[in-house]
Design a protein around this ligand. Structure first.
Ligand code: 3UK
Length: 525
């Protein structure tokens, strides 16, 4: 991909035109390239053409500018997946305002923290979230200059935008100017604002979207993961925009029913999900037979995709799921499987433009096949965490980013996930990956989901225990426990079997669907 603003040079160097503002290649370019009448976004509000998108972006840029939100100031966004998400995000970038899209499933106390922490000049929210956002505004000592609802009564973006001009010239910026933030939540502590630069979305869209996944102009992209996640933002916004393709949006909760409905209605060619949802969709496929024939490829990220889900999905739908690992700090996927290079159960190989090293506890590179801390480098990584020098120093070391994950690389260059660095267990003095045990248990036809954590035994030695969610209609009994133990002992080294099984109705999860193992570790017996 080459255009007026970005050229790819030898050695994967990107060269940016002077005055580069990232909204130019992602938004304005499409009119210059004659794509005005092409549909950019499809959703239950109707179809938005590229010409409509450019106008919407410019109108919201004019609204922000007129209301006095200026360069470098933050616009906090609690906005559902809808065209206005695009208008506000790119409109802000054109003005030089920093959009900060946040998780729309959070609660008032989380938003109060973000309002305070970001010192946002503006706050934009979908009326659906009023019950959490409005108390947060009332509670926060910091009062944004501008509070706008997307639509509905009172002062809204849509009402103001309809009065505003539909042309706006983007402010000149540079590839390394601060552009937008995304909050990243660890398992402990407050969320950290990861500061991303103008070039970052170009890097992910080019190296992963175009070069690795092969997103094309005739693609229709549907991401079950929402736009406010870095994963969803790439899948459902920047990759299709970069390719001049079409994005399909679902504004509600992604469930097997709602996602299958969207796929049947809008016929996407690329589908992006997370492992938990693929698991639920597989369960639903036992009864429903949705028409998935438009889809040519599926993608998974957010947590490791068990080989078993990959296999069953392939068997049921004929489709491949490309698993890849990404993070909020890296902005998108930096290690990925390919259609023509896949090992089920692995995260795949390096995405071009990124490098990785795996270090042991003495910061020495480990030999092939041995696990260690995964550290990566690439031009899309966040520069720092806003007002958090300690976490910045621990995570961002010069140009290298500490992922917090344990990985090993095999002799073919495939990377295998072994758990978060802090989830790894030492059992009998040997490293033991909870993920390996989970993958084994998931092979059992009665198991829907499982999380394995370490718990100290009577001698205060860590032993693995399993928290298991069974498939609908299956009840636990002694015979099943025996069966699961037999499976573990047959498939893994002898010390790697859970010493306890807990059968539960559901596992505790973060808003992004990641299992909160730390909660299971602290459950009182
Ligand atoms: C874990 C994975 C194994 C891993 C993300 C794609 O998940 C994303 O970002 P987050 O900041 O979390 C990052 C952490 O999640 N993880 C993600 N993908 C995988 N572990 N296999 C995977 N395929 O611990 C990582 O450090 O929420 C994913 C694109 C953009 C993203 N932000």
């Amino acid at each position: 991909m080459q255009n007026q603003w970005v050229k790819v040079r030898a050695g994967n160097e990107l060269e940016f035109a002077p005055g580069f503002n990232v909204a130019l290649p992602f938004i304005d370019r499409h009119l210059a390239e004659g794509r005005g009448d092409k549909v950019a976004i499809r959703c239950n509000q109707g179809d938005i053409t590229y010409a409509g998108l450019v106008a919407g972006v410019n109108r919201s840029a004019n609204v922000l500018k007129t209301l006095g939100i200026g360069r470098g100031e933050r616009l906090l966004m609690m906005v559902k997946d809808c065209p206005e998400f695009f208008y506000a995000f790119w409109g802000a970038i054109k003005v030089g305002v920093i959009p900060v899209p946040v998780n729309t499933m959070l609660r008032a106390k989380d938003y109060a923290f973000m309002i305070e922490n970001s010192e946002c000049a503006g706050l934009l929210y979908s009326p659906e979230y009023a019950a959490e956002v409005e108390p947060a505004l009332a509670a926060s000592p910091h009062k944004p200059k501008l509070v706008l609802k997307v639509e509905g009564d009172g002062q809204t973006l849509n009402a103001l935008a309809s009065q505003a001009s539909d042309s706006f010239a983007a402010v000149a910026a540079s590839p390394t100017d601060e552009c937008f933030w995304l909050y990243s939540s660890g398992s402990t502590g407050s969320p950290k604002g990861a500061v991303h630069l103008h070039r970052d979305m170009v890097v992910t869209s080019h190296f992963y979207g175009t070069e690795t996944l092969g997103v094309r102009e005739d693609d229709i992209c549907f991401s079950a993961a929402k736009l406010f996640f870095a994963y969803g933002m790439g899948n459902g916004m920047t990759f299709p925009l970069w390719a001049g393709a079409t994005a399909v949006l679902l504004d509600g909760r992604p469930t097997p029913d709602s996602t299958f409905e969207v796929i049947e209605k809008y016929k996407p060619t690329l589908y992006f999900g997370v492992p938990t949802l693929y698991g639920l969709q597989l369960q639903a496929l036992d009864h429903a037979k949705p028409d998935l024939s438009s889809v040519r490829l599926c993608v998974s990220a957010g947590e490791a995709l068990p080989a078993e889900i990959f296999r069953r999905w392939k068997e049921q739908t004929g489709l491949m799921i490309l698993d890849g690992i990404g993070s909020t700090e890296a902005l998108h996927i930096f290690i990925s499987n390919r259609v023509d290079g896949y090992k089920p159960g692995s995260s795949g190989k390096m995405v071009p433009g990124y490098e990785a090293i795996i270090l042991d506890e003495n910061d020495r590179e480990v030999p092939t096949g041995e696990g260690g801390r995964l550290i990566i480098k690439g031009a899309s990584t966040a520069k720092y965490y806003w007002r958090n020098p300690e976490k910045t120093a621990n995570t961002m070391m010069n140009d290298w980013l500490n992922t917090g994950d344990t990985y090993y690389r095999d002799e073919d260059g495939y990377y295998f996930y072994c758990g978060r660095s802090d989830d790894m267990l030492k059992v009998g003095g040997i490293w033991c990956s909870p993920f390996e045990i989970e993958g084994t248990l998931l092979e059992h036809p009665k198991v829907l989901e499982v999380a394995v954590v370490g718990r100290p035994d009577a001698e205060n030695l860590i032993k693995p225990e399993a928290w298991v969610v069974l498939r609908d209609g299956v009840a636990p009994d002694a015979a099943l426990t025996e069966d699961l133990l037999r499976l573990c002992k047959a498939k893994m080294a002898p010390y790697k079997y859970p010493r306890h099984f807990h059968f539960v109705a559901e596992l505790p999860k973060t808003a992004t669907g990641k299992i909160q193992r730390f909660r299971l570790r602290t459950v009182e017996e």
